[in-house]
Design a protein around this ligand. Structure first.
Ligand SMILES: Cc1cc2nc3c(=O)[nH]c(=O)nc-3n(C[C@H](O)[C@H](O)[C@H](O)COP(=O)(O)OP(=O)(O)OC[C@H]3O[C@@H](n4cnc5c(N)ncnc54)[C@H](O)[C@@H]3O)c2cc1C
Length: 404
C-alpha cells in the first residue's frame, strides 16, 4: 500500500566479495535504516545487508502510527517495571516522535510525515477512574494530554465513548517505506554500503571481531554486529522459554472518503479493547484501520502461515470494515482500497529488546518488539550507537534481555 505513489525504488547490489568494516547491520527494514543513520552520524564505516530488498518485510505492512504511549499504559507499566523506568520509557517515545520529525527534515524525506493528536478511549464506564488516573500520571511527567468524557466532548467525535485521553503531542503518521528508502539513500550518499539479496547464514560472533557468512559464501568481517532482523531474530532464541508473543495483525486501507472527521482534529484513535482497534487518517483522506490480532502459538500452524486470501483473514478484514463503518456513520460510503496482514511481536511489558544478549556477547540486537515498533527502532539505534561509542547509556537497562 505504501508504494503506490513512489517513484521507482532504488536497488542495491548483492555482496560478491569478502569485505571488512567497522559496523555491519543485518536487516534493511526501518530499524536497520535508523541504526545505520545513527552510526553514520558518528562517522563510522557501516555496511547494511538484507536478505531480500529494502523495506519489504514488516516495514512495508506497517500502518506507521508513531505514538508515544505504550499499550500497557503508564500506570500499569509502573507496576511492572518500576516508576522511573516506566516514566523514562514513555518520555523516550515522546521524544522519539520529535526526533523522527527532525530526521525527516534533515534528509528531506517525502514520506508524508505529519504530527497528529492521539485519542485513547474506553466505552466502559467502570474504566473512567482508571482513565483519569492514567491521564494524571502522564501529565505529571510533562506529557501534554487531557481527559475527555462523552458528556463534555461528544460533539467532537462521531463515535460513542465513555472517557479517553486526548494527547495533543507525541504522535504522528508517515509512509514507512518511503522514509526507509530516503534514509538509506541519504546515508549511501555519505558512504554507507548496502547489499540487497544477501542472506547471512552464519554468525561467528566475538566481542572483538566477528565474521558473518552469506549464502554465497562471502564473508563480512566487522568490529561490531547489529542485528535488526525483526521477527526473524527469533531464530537466535529458539531454545528459550517464550519471552515474547508472536501475533498476526490485520489492516485495511479505505478508498478516499469525503469529510473524514471521526475524532477531534483527525486524531489517531485507539480503544482499550482486547484485541484493540486503531484508526488513523492518511494525508489523502483515506482511513487506515487495524487490529484483530491473533496470537500465534505454533510456527508450523495455520495462522503463522496464512495466505493473503485465507478465509480466516477475510473474516478479520470484514470485521474491521464493519467497525470502521460503525464508528463513522456520517461517511456515506466506505470502500476498501486494499487489505493486508503481517506478523508482529509483543512483549510482556510492551517494551522492546535492545542491547546485548548474554548468549551472544559479540552482537547487539535492535528488536523493536512491543507496542511501538518504529519508535522503538529509533530508541534502539540511538542507545546502541551510544554504547558502541563508549557512552554506556544507563537506559539500556530498561530494555535489556532477561528483565522478566
Ligand atoms: C500490519 C502491521 C501493522 C503495524 N503497525 C505499526 C504501527 O502502526 N506503528 C508502529 O510503530 N509499528 C507498527 N508495526 C510494527 C512495525 O512495522 C515493525 O516493528 C517494524 O516495521 C519492524 O521493522 P524492522 O526493520 O525491525 O523489521 P522488518 O521490516 O521485518 O525488516 C527486517 C529485515 O531483516 C531482513 N533479514 C532477516 N533475516 C536476515 C538475514 N539472515 N540476513 C539478511 N537479512 C535478513 C529481512 O529481509 C527484512 O528486510 C506494525 C506491524 C505490522 C505487521
Amino acid at each position: 500500500m505504501w508504494t503506490k505513489n513512489m517513484e521507482k525504488k532504488k536497488t542495491y547490489p548483492t555482496l560478491s566479495k569478502d569485505i571488512k568494516t567497522e559496523i555491519v547491520i543485518v536487516g534493511g527494514g526501518i530499524t536497520g535504516a535508523l541504526t545505520a543513520h545513527y552510526f553514520m552520524k558518528q562517522g563510522m564505516r557501516c555496511v547494511l545487508v538484507d536478505k531480500s530488498n529494502i523495506a519489504t518485510h514488516a516495514t512495508s505492512a506497517s500502518t506507521a502510527i508513531l505514538k508515544y504511549e505504550i499499550n500497557q499504559g503508564l500506570k500499569n507499566l509502573m507496576s511492572q517495571v518500576g516508576e522511573q523506568n516506566a516514566q523514562h520509557a514513555f518520555l523516550f517515545g515522546y521524544q522519539a516522535v520529535m526526533e523522527i520529525s527532525q530526521i525527516v527534515k534533515e534528509i528531506n524525506s517525502s514520506c508524508d510525515f505529519s504530527f497528529k493528536p492521539a485519542f485513547f478511549y474506553t466505552e466502559d464506564p467502570r474504566q473512567t477512574d482508571a482513565m483519569e488516573q492514567e491521564c494524571t500520571a502522564r501529565q505529571a511527567i510533562g506529557i501534554h494530554c487531557e481527559l475527555f468524557t462523552q458528556e463534555n466532548n461528544k460533539d467532537e467525535f462521531s463515535f460513542n465513548f465513555e472517557s479517553g485521553i486526548y494527547s495533543h503531542y507525541g504522535a504522528a503518521i508517515m509512509n514507512p517505506v518511503q522514509f526507509t528508502h530516503d534514509l538509506i539513500k541519504f546515508n549511501v550518499d555519505k558512504g554507507l554500503e548496502v547489499f540487497e539479496n544477501t542472506t547471512i547464514v552464519d554468525y561467528n560472533l566475538s566481542s572483538h571481531q566477528s565474521i558473518l557468512t552469506t549464502e554465497n559464501e562471502f564473508t563480512i568481517t566487522a568490529d561490531k554486529v547489529i542485528i535488526c532482523t525483526g521477527v526473524n531474530a527469533l531464530e537466535f532464541f529458539n531454545h528459550e522459554k517464550p519471552f515474547c508473543q508472536l501475533y498476526r495483525t490485520f489492516s485495511i486501507l479505505t478508498k478516499p472518503v469525503d469529510n473524514f472527521i471521526g475524532g477531534k482534529d483527525s486524531c489517531i484513535i485507539r480503544n482499550d479493547q482486547k484485541p484493540y482497534t486503531y484508526v488513523r487518517p492518511t494525508l489523502t483522506n483515506e482511513i487506515v484501520i487495524g487490529g484483530e490480532d491473533l496470537a500465534i502459538d505454533r510456527l508450523d500452524g495455520d495462522i503463522a502461515n496464512m495466505g493473503d486470501r485465507d478465509p480466516l483473514a477475510l473474516q478479520h478484514y470484514h470485521q474491521l470494515l464493519r467497525r470502521v463503518r460503525k464508528m463513522f456513520p456520517q461517511i456515506n460510503e466506505i470502500k476498501t482500497a486494499c487489505w493486508f496482514h503481517g506478523l508482529f511481536i509483543d512483549t510482556k511489558d510492551g517494551l522492546p529488546f535492545i542491547g546485548k544478549h548474554p548468549d551472544y556477547p559479540g552482537a547487539y540486537f535492535n528488536l523493536g518488539y512491543g507496542s511501538n515498533g518504529i519508535l522503538n527502532a529509533l530508541i534502539g539505534a540511538k542507545l546502541i550507537s551510544q554504547d558502541v561509542a563508549g557512552k554506556n547509556p544507563r537506559e539500556l537497562d530498561i530494555f535489556k534481555f532477561n528483565r522478566y
